[in-house]
Design a protein around this ligand. Structure first.
Ligand code: F0G
Length: 466
């Protein structure tokens, strides 16, 4: 693993609850890791969202926050950081990524219009559909195959996109969306070449190309390392080259930008940006703060600069590679190639005795918590199924790595916990859903066990902690 280009100055205590306490906490949470209290969690790999460690430069910058309602200095510093790093002309802060997605859907999606995208993200699709739009997945088929070693599973299927664009009048296409390090496929990148081809197609058909640039830094690193001819380019230059192929972007800054809260809608088109500023005052706040504080904008501006630092990004990606490597050595089924921000367990192969209707990934996430206080996230049928449509897609558990937070020892501990559950996988039963929310059900659904999870007599043998 690459040594981190930072050292630790402030620490936050964590503790491993006993097995009976974890069992009780799990039952009270309805077997949904989102409903656990963080005090009951030892290593929290639920998400990389808003969970990074701030740098001393970010903390210092926060002291300079200008909390003026309008015309805040902090806004202009944020605007400058976005322009310098990515080149977009207009910068609209939002409270987080989904705030930007909401504005974008309101701006561009009409009832019946289409958004074509490499695989969906939950909130991105929901906003498009709430605005009356239709989401069409045009990712390469390898994106949905956890066994494919394709180096760019985040690529758009150019033929499929071509068909969608050719079949519709341009005004029926709201926008083409390309997500960096495709979250739902395992944090898989697109290639610069693929994005350039998507760019050509969108220009040919006169439709906007919007990036979900939430994890653009990691995508850039994969381009540099895997794409022929790109190794010699400076990292910031490559980030900029990717962004410049698009008309705009949404960012959840809670990931690559190392902030606990914040997002950005970035646009090049003057008229569209004007309309976005009209909407932002309705839904987020004045365009000079968009739902976050002046000090948040300062931390964000500094975080954007740090996200263009190759050593920082390289260390982060090497943490996923380290954890994934340990699991691979032990024969644990994971998604390959190893992605950016997480290691994804393939629950279909991990728990072959649990049918997809009994929520194997949800059950596996529950078992990992019970076995060692490790919190992960379901990315399978609970997150992916849409209405009554049958779902037989990916069934994954995401072990997501917060940036600059956990050490190699924590990751080794996680690997031991996963291995322990794998050895006792026959003691992980399926689940039955007892409460299903109408929207984005994975956040708050509740479940009941269809058998005993990890017989207590066995689970009592506590894993050794770091
Ligand atoms: N786009 C992508 C690719 C995301 O991963 C997320 C959030 C969003 C948009 C929405 O941004 O949370 O700031 O409102 N992903 C988090 C995750 C929740 O855990 O993967 P947000």
């Amino acid at each position: 693993m690459t040594a981190p280009p930072w050292k630790i100055k402030v620490v936050e205590p964590i503790a491993l609850r006993s097995e009976p306490e974890r069992r009780r906490a799990l039952e009270e949470a309805g077997y949904n890791t989102f409903l656990l209290h963080s005090d009951d969690v030892f290593v929290d790999l639920l998400t990389d969202s808003g969970t990074s460690a701030l740098s001393q430069e970010q903390r210092a910058a926060m002291e300079l926050g200008d909390e003026a309602y309008a015309g805040s200095r902090s806004f202009f510093r944020l605007e400058q950081a976005v322009r310098e790093t990515y080149g977009y002309r207009h910068v609209i802060p939002t409270h987080q990524g989904r705030g930007a997605e909401h504005l974008l859907a309101k701006l561009l999606v009409e009832p019946g219009s289409i958004v074509a995208s490499n695989l969906y993200f939950t909130t991105s699709r929901e906003h498009v559909e709430l605005a009356g739009g239709v989401w069409v997945d045009v990712s390469v088929p390898e994106a949905s195959d956890p066994l494919s070693a394709h180096p760019f599973k985040g690529n758009v299927d150019l033929e499929a996109l071509g068909h969608v664009l050719a079949a519709c009048a341009p005004e029926l296409i709201a926008f083409v969306r390309v997500e960096a390090c495709l979250n739902m496929a395992g944090g898989q990148p697109f290639s610069l070449e693929n994005l350039a081809r998507v760019r050509e197609l969108t220009l040919e058909h006169g439709v906007p190309l919007i990036l979900d640039a939430t994890r653009i830094s990691e995508n850039t690193l994969f381009v540099k390392d895997r794409e022929p001819g790109e190794a010699g380019r400076a990292f910031p230059e490559l980030i900029r080259a990717i962004a410049e192929l698009s008309d705009g972007a949404v960012f959840s800054s809670k990931k690559d930008h190392f902030v606990p809260i914040g997002g950005v809608l970035a646009l090049n088109d003057d008229e569209l940006a004007e309309r976005a500023r009209e909407l932002v005052v309705v839904y987020e706040g004045f365009p000079h703060y968009g739902g976050i504080a002046g000090h948040d904008m300062e931390a964000l501006a500094q975080g954007i600069r740090e996200s263009a630092d190759e050593a920082t990004v390289r260390h982060y990606v090497s943490q996923s590679a380290y954890l994934g490597g340990l699991l691979l050595e032990r024969g644990i089924p994971i998604v390959l190639p190893l992605g950016a921000h997480a290691v994804f367990l393939d629950a279909k192969r991990f728990l072959p005795h649990v049918s997809q209707e009994e929520f194997p990934a949800q059950a596996l996430a529950a078992a990992l918590y019970l076995a060692g206080g490790v919190r992960s996230m379901e990315r399978g049928i609970v997150s992916g199924q849409h209405g009554d449509e049958p779902y037989d897609g990916l069934e994954l558990v995401r072990l997501t790595i917060p940036r600059r937070v956990y050490t190699q020892e924590h990751l080794a501990y996680v690997a031991d916990v996963v291995t322990g559950v794998f050895e006792r996988r026959d003691q992980v039963p399926g689940l039955r859903m007892t409460y299903e929310p109408e929207h984005l059900r994975f956040f708050q659904a509740r479940f009941e066990a269809l058998g005993v999870f990890l017989e207590p007599s066995v689970a009592v043998a506590e894993p050794s902690t770091p």
